[in-house]
Design a protein around this ligand. Structure first.
Ligand SMILES: Nc1ncnc2c1ncn2[C@@H]1O[C@H](COP(=O)(O)OP(=O)(O)O)[C@@H](O)[C@H]1O
Ligand SMILES: [Mg+2]
Length: 368
């Protein structure tokens, strides 16, 4: 508990000042009057205090924690059969990472696989958070999901409790070490059933050099697509967590994907960089991947302020129906869940954050 709370505190402390600083120094794209910004800044400072208090409340609450709420509250599904929580998790009884051979039997036939990349070349907008939590909710709703971590930071990997030191093969190997072009190479890399319905292709820091190494390689843009190909039909969704850039790693995601899901943070310079993102999408669509389209834009880290409301309005004005109805609130349970290695839907099933990701998943399913 001591470890968790200090890690948690560190995460919160680094997160809040970054937001405050970001709002001051970044160039303005959405015109917002100065008075609103001032109010926003003082509000964020106040919020920092509230977060501290909430955190304290959390510590007290979890010390005397009653049995966790049943999962049923999350999904509208009729009473699911009781499940053994030990069925899921990255580590097997031998203390090593589970391998594809350990994968639990899949009782339901997967539909046509939708490959979705979670992309915004800005960092810290909620890509990994969305990739993790959307995957977890879809898995909980009975879908088979393959979450592919394509970011050297490996936040989707560690956020689901996968210890990086135990990883033998990762996305780096998928892209650069499958020398014989084995179509089933992914089986050596997948960690099955990390949470219900979700298998993970983990990333480690060595992926950072892949960007450069790929430049010299044959079919460098299609490595990921080729690796995923043999597994289409086994999953309902493949969710790719992209790095914060538009380099070759991201191009690999765009070539492999059918759809792009773009999280946008409800903040002052929300739309910055979006033109470039859409240009890149169009270029890939015209040249290599004609299927590629936007799945939608999801507004993240919303807090009830004039500024956030104006940003949401502005983004909706620009992008209309492309923007999901669900707006993900700024929620402390969302930000602390990764330090427990859990999606927010398991860490705090009744939180506003968890409920928002359930609503988002329903919209994603509805968009087909
Ligand atoms: N809705 C939210 N409420 C509170 N904190 C959030 C929320 N979404 C993301 N965060 C936090 O913001 C930071 C950046 O989010 P992350 O998903 O890692 O962004 P990205 O993958 O785009 O870089 C992380 O510390 C994460 O926990
Ligand atoms: Mg990320």
């Amino acid at each position: 508990m001591g470890l968790f709370s200090s890690r948690k505190k560190e995460a919160l402390i680094t997160q809040i000042p970054a937001d405050v600083i970001g709002s001051v120094s970044a160039p303005a794209r959405v015109a917002v009057p100065d008075a609103v910004i001032d109010t926003e800044l003082s509000r964020q400072a106040e919020e920092a205090v509230v977060v501290e208090r909430e955190e304290h409340a959390f510590a007290v609450e979890s010390a005397a924690a009653p049995a966790p709420e049943p999962e049923a509250a999350l999904t509208a599904a009729p009473a699911p059969e009781p499940e053994d929580p030990d069925l899921y998790g990255p580590i097997g009884a031998d203390g090593k990472l589970r391998t594809y051979r350990d994968k639990l039997p899949v009782t339901r036939v997967a539909g046509q696989t939708k490959v979705v990349c979670v992309l915004n070349q800005k960092g810290g907008v909620g890509k990994s958070t969305t990739a993790i939590n959307l995957s977890a909710v879809l898995g909980d709703m009975g879908r088979q999901v393959l979450l592919v971590d394509l970011d050297p930071q490996g936040n989707s990997t560690s956020g689901l409790g996968i210890p990086k030191r135990l990883i033998q093969k990762s996305t780096y190997d998928v892209l650069l070490n499958n020398k014989d072009g084995d179509p089933r190479y992914l089986e050596q890399v997948i960690i099955p059933d990390v949470v219900k319905g979700v298998d993970v292709v983990p990333a480690t820091l060595d992926l950072a050099s892949a960007e450069l190494e790929l430049v010299m390689e044959f079919s460098r843009e299609s490595r990921l697509k080729n690796a995923l190909g043999a597994y289409l039909g086994r999953y309902d969704y493949m969710i790719i967590d992209c790095p914060p850039s538009l380099g070759l790693l991201t191009v690999n995601a765009l070539v492999a994907a059918d759809k792009i899901l773009t999280p946008i943070q409800c903040e002052f310079y929300a739309l910055e960089g979006l033109t470039k993102l859409l240009e890149t999408k169009d270029r890939v669509k015209k040249t290599i991947n004609p299927r590629l389209d936007m799945l939608g834009i999801v507004m993240t880290m919303y807090s009830r302020t004039n500024l956030a409301d104006q940003v949401v309005e502005e983004v909706r004005k620009h992008f209309g129906n492309l923007v999901f109805d669900t707006v993900i609130p700024r929620n402390v349970k969302i930000s602390e869940a990764p330090s427990f290695g859990l999606p927010v839907t398991q860490h705090a099933p009744n939180s506003k954050g968890a409920q928002a990701y359930v609503a988002l998943a329903k919209e994603v399913i509805a968009r087909g």
